[in-house]
Design a protein around this ligand. Structure first.
Ligand SMILES: C[S@@+](CC[C@H](N)C(=O)[O-])C[C@H]1O[C@@H](n2cnc3c(N)ncnc32)[C@H](O)[C@@H]1O
Length: 216
């Protein structure tokens, strides 16, 4: 898998090309938005905001006018692109570059929604678990952790795509942006989280898992 330094170098180079992945990402992130009850959220945090495309959509169409958004990303190129894109939202939208650690830079029990799309599937097992534990700390009680990631296909075409993807990842992870299929539900013990929504979608043979989990 990619180290943090390799992931930063890759996404610094990849930059705006990230938005070409929308052909398989948009159906999954639309499903997430449809189940994340964003209209009742005041404080929203996104981990791995990329070019700010998702943030622009939710600030324009789904969050209430008073809601604030904070996004972090380890790539300086992504933070710059997201800042430019979110300029019209002024003080409502703040972006920061992170060092790639899995900690959420927010006070305890301060967030209504914590969103991360196609980022956990880049992290090590340990960082994924640290991220989820810190998400639990940073969310308000009943706040929602909203996640989308690559997962394993279950139809003949998507199984073939997953098979090829995993092999490419094993040989040269940068060819697939460092991402590999994971299982989000495995990260969310029912002693700490209530699963409000879970779905698996496979546009163009690429399979994504969508999970909205409430903090208990
Ligand atoms: C596959 S892209 C997804 C971007 C965006 N969320 C989207 O759905 O279009 C992964 C993003 O996560 C960022 N990233 C990778 N590792 C990270 C880490 N450890 N901490 C924060 N951001 C990270 C990358 O720079 C990149 O912007």
């Amino acid at each position: 898998m990619l180290s943090r330094e390799q992931a930063r170098a890759f996404y610094d180079r990849f930059g705006a090309k990230q938005d070409t992945q929308r052909f398989y990402e948009d159906p999954a992130t639309r499903d997430l938005v449809a189940h994340a009850d964003l209209k009742s959220a005041e404080h929203v945090f996104e981990f791995g905001c990329g070019t700010g495309r998702f943030a622009h959509d939710i600030l324009s169409h789904h969050l209430p006018p008073g809601a604030s958004y904070r996004g972090v990303d380890l790539s300086s190129t992504m933070v710059r692109l997201a800042r430019e894109r979110l300029t019209p939202f002024g003080e409502r939208a703040k972006l920061e570059q992170s060092d790639g650690s899995p900690w959420i830079h927010a006070p305890d029990a301060s967030l209504d929604r914590l969103i991360s799309n196609y980022v956990l599937d880049l992290l090590s097992e340990e960082d994924m678990r640290l991220f989820v534990a810190d998400a639990h700390r940073a969310l308000k009680p009943e706040g929602r952790l909203c996640l989308v990631s690559l997962t394993w296909g279950s139809t003949p075409l998507s199984r073939l795509v997953t098979w090829g993807w995993v092999r490419i990842h094993a040989l040269r992870p940068s060819l697939v942006g460092g991402c590999r299929p994971i299982e989000l539900l495995d990260l969310l013990p029912d002693t700490s989280w209530r699963i409000e929504h879970r779905n698996v979608l496979t546009p163009f043979g690429v399979t994504s898992e969508i999970v909205v989990a409430a903090k208990l």
